[in-house]
Design a protein around this ligand. Structure first.
Ligand code: NAP
Length: 272
């Protein structure tokens, strides 16, 4: 196999954990290749991507602010990326870009790995309706969810998210979130609240059954206040780091032909 060039494009990009993840797997599997963080500003997307194609890149990940703009440069975008409305992974073949999105996969695999036997058939309560929430809700529906209730400060974004599947996805007002937790089997925070440097997530978990699984996709800090609060009342909790690690697996497989595993060594490296 020839040397494989891949990477992540975005702006800013220095903070990205993706090089650490993919280079860990390249080394672990004894493969010939390199994964780089490539800074491409919002006005330079086409030029930057053309350069990667010329340089023989096999593929790349796409992060903020290019996840929507990259659609126009792709020859083909799969159904998952269409539904989520964002491309985070591209495979380059014969100078053409083939786009997909692996965030929903990463989200579901994290729950499956860390809340074994999880059943997606009960009421699922989702806080937030931003970019990540779209992948989360799409992933839940693909995994068999029957009832997803979302709530978001900006109600228009909740409406938009319900269009993924109006029979399954409903919304409630942000101010009613505490009472609406009742009967939930799974609670997911997709807002940026509780993240380092962001305001706290104000929530009272009293109405949440203590059999519910609680997942925060925020992973800085790893144990958010939401998870600490949930754990102290006996709920099973799942952190957000696994979503980041698992979303990288299908991208790696596309480029290197090997589906890598998420192990504790990698998790420790990324959290260090
Ligand atoms: N684990 C992973 O792999 C992974 C992947 C993706 C994202 N994330 C994390 O998920 C979080 C959200 O990412 P994103 O891309 O979806 O961001 P985003 O598109 O900017 O959405 C932010 C969400 O947070 C809500 N929010 C922000 N400030 C708020 C406030 N003061 N009060 C109430 N709601 C507020 C927003 O509500 P409005 O609509 O009302 O503004 C929106 O629902 C980030 O912390 C990100 O790091 C983790």
């Amino acid at each position: 196999m020839s040397f494989i060039k891949c990477g992540v494009i975005g702006h800013p990009i220095a903070h990205s954990k993706s090089p650490l993840i993919h280079n860990h797997w390249i080394k672990k599997h004894g493969l010939e290749g390199e994964y780089r963080a490539i800074d491409i500003g919002p006005d330079n997307l086409k030029r930057g991507v053309d350069r990667l194609i010329e340089e023989g890149y096999t593929g790349f990940n796409i992060t903020v602010p290019h996840k929507q703009a990259i659609f126009d440069l792709c020859s083909e975008v799969d159904e998952t990326a269409e539904h989520i409305g964002a491309v985070n992974t591209v495979l380059v073949r014969d100078g053409k870009l083939f786009g997909t999105n692996t965030d929903a996969y990463g989200f579901i695999e994290n729950l499956k790995q860390n809340a074994r036997g999880i059943d997606f058939g009960g009421k699922i309560f989702v806080l937030g309706a931003g970019g990540a929430a779209r992948a989360v809700v799409y992933g839940l529906i693909e995994a068999g969810a029957q009832s997803v209730v979302i709530t978001n400060r900006t109600v228009e974004k909740s409406w938009e998210l319900c269009t993924i599947n109006p029979n399954i996805v409903k919304y409630v007002e942000w101010d009613t979130r505490n009472a609406e937790l009742e009967g939930s089997a799974l609670l997911i925070n997709t807002t940026s609240l509780g993240m380092k440097g962001k305001p706290a997530l104000e929530i009272d978990l009293s109405a949440l059954p203590n059999t519910a699984v609680v997942n925060d996709i925020v992973y800085a800090p790893l144990m958010t206040d939401l998870l600490t609060q949930a754990q102290s009342r006996g709920n099973k909790v799942v952190t957000g780091i696994g979503m980041l690690l698992h979303q990288a697996r299908p991208a790696f497989e596309k480029w290197f032909g090997v589906l890598p595993n998420v192990d504790s060594e990698l998790e420790k490296k990324v959290l260090a």
